[in-house]
Design a protein around this ligand. Structure first.
Ligand code: SAH
Ligand code: SF4
Ligand code: F3S
Length: 448
């Protein structure tokens, strides 16, 4: 089909990296029925909004975006099909249809492989809300092997869903029970990605280190993926402290492709709050894992997620969080004010923390985190580090690369050898990135 005959599809993605992966997969499915991706809804024949339900603000964004698209369509007298996918689609499909009746289609994260047939059924005048059973195996089996995901750094979903039921979190309800894809399928997909130019693969799962297909665990996968020609870097996210087994910890010392950076969310440093969050481990247990990982791979850097103002969080509980952050010394962190989510046990609690106090604690925590991040980055100035040239920057001749430790490095160079890992001398640091100069291009690092 020539490009003029193709229908135009715009996908707007919110939420986590798994949603980014899903959006690529939706584009893959839609390309089998003649849709090509465009980067704006202005001229699209169809828009998919891939949504996130994790915090109230994330959900609000959906309704703003839908309102904007509808206004644009009305003003320009356009008939564009609008679909809502992702976790809000799963959690509140009926609500979406009620609040935004111009939406044609709602699909959950486990049913987007059915998009072509759903679209065939849905006329512009009739809405469909198709859901929403959790058949992850069926989804992965029906997705096309070819992928639109390109570039040197790619995502690969290996595990989906969550059985942990932390009392603040919607994910077990929106993504269903834990499901691990068969290792052979994952390796095959990783090989195709390498053939497409991938140098760095990030393995994704809501509980990625709980991966278990009955035969292989995450360490087995990492070992096999490290052997694939062209793959130089492997990462995985998001891990749960309870699933950090000794084998995986040891792998950080023995598999050089496993990058020395780990996102290991702890949420709180207070045993009392951890228990009420149903995290099923203590602060001490977490600190022990961090110590073991540092022993296996001394240069490993850490990041975490934190929630402040969970119901019942006292000043003492919050101090324990600050203390834990001091003890770990993170390279970067994400922190959020607790947001009560419908259907979760936390939302039923009456001992809520006042919004102003949440804001105060968040500011205090973020000041500490920023200080640690700055101190961490400062140590790199004047040093050489391996940087994967990843993508174009905003400015002319600017390239953005990534260090093994997940720092973005901004480089000014005419050289456009994306996918190369080069030696860079770090010359400066900015708020969230580093700046530097390429000092060497190693030919043997050029991806095949
Ligand atoms: N599976 C991951 C986290 C997935 S959600 C884990 O176990 O850690 C990503 C992050 O969003 C969480 O780590 C948490 O910090 C934050 N989050 C989840 N629910 C939240 C809520 N109700 N309010 C505020 N932050 C929340
Ligand atoms: Fe949510 Fe907890 Fe599952 Fe992570 S482990 S996805 S925070 S329920
Ligand atoms: Fe959001 Fe769903 Fe991911 S709720 S964080 S898009 S799993």
């Amino acid at each position: 089909m020539s490009s003029e005959n193709k229908k135009k599809l715009f996908i707007k993605t919110y939420g986590c990296q798994m949603n980014v992966y899903d959006s690529h997969k939706m584009a893959d499915v839609m390309s089998t029925v003649g849709y090509e991706l465009v980067d704006d809804y202005a001229n699209a024949d169809m828009t998919i909004v891939n949504t996130c339900h994790i915090r109230e603000k994330a959900t609000d964004k959906l309704y703003c975006e839908l309102g904007r698209i509808n206004k644009h369509n009305k003003k320009n007298n356009r008939e564009m099909m609008i679909a809502v996918a992702g976790c809000v689609g799963q959690a509140e499909g009926d609500e979406i249809m009620r609040r935004a009746p111009y939406v044609n289609l709602v699909v959950g994260p486990q049913s987007y492989h059915q998009l072509p047939e759903l679209i065939a059924k849905t006329s512009h005048k009739k809405s469909e809300r198709i859901q929403l059973d959790f058949a992850a195996d069926e989804k992965f089996d029906s997705l096309p092997a070819e992928t639109t995901q390109s570039g040197s750094s790619v995502f690969l979903t290996i595990q989906e869903g969550c059985d942990k039921f932390c009392t603040f979190c919607v994910v077990p309800y929106t993504r269903g029970a834990e499901y691990s894809r068969p290792a052979a399928d994952i390796i095959a997909e990783a090989k195709r990605m390498a053939d497409n130019g991938a140098v760095e693969i990030t393995l994704l799962g809501q509980n990625v280190n709980a991966y278990d297909d009955g035969k292989s665990r995450l360490t087995d996968l990492a070992t096999k993926i490290a052997e694939i020609n062209g793959i130089e870097r492997i990462r995985y996210t998001t891990s749960h402290p309870r699933d950090m087994d000794d084998e995986l910890i040891a792998a950080h010392g023995s598999i050089p492709e496993l990058m020395p950076f780990l996102h290991l969310p702890v949420q709180s440093g207070s045993d009392n709050i951890l228990q009420q969050m149903n995290r099923k481990h203590t602060a001490e247990f977490y600190l022990e894992i961090i110590a073991k990982l540092r022993k296996a791979r001394p240069d490993i850097a850490f990041s975490s997620d934190f929630i402040v103002g969970f119901p019942g969080e006292s000043d003492k509980d919050f101090e324990d969080t600050m203390k834990l952050v001091e003890q770990v010394n993170y390279a970067q962190c994400y922190s959020f004010k607790y947001s009560p989510r419908p259907g979760t046990p936390g939302a039923l609690r009456e001992d809520t923390v006042a919004e102003a106090l949440k804001s105060e604690r968040l500011a205090q925590l973020q000041a500490l985190i920023n200080r640690q991040q700055n101190e961490y980055n400062k140590k790199f100035v004047g040093k050489n580090v391996k940087v994967l040239l990843d993508r174009k920057g905003k400015y002319k001749n600017q390239i953005i690369g990534k260090t093994p430790y997940m720092q973005s490095v901004h480089l000014t160079t005419k050289l456009e050898s994306f996918g190369n890992i080069v030696d860079v001398r770090i010359t400066e640091m900015h708020a969230n990135s580093l700046g530097g100069e390429i000092i060497d291009i190693k030919k043997d690092n050029i991806a095949a």
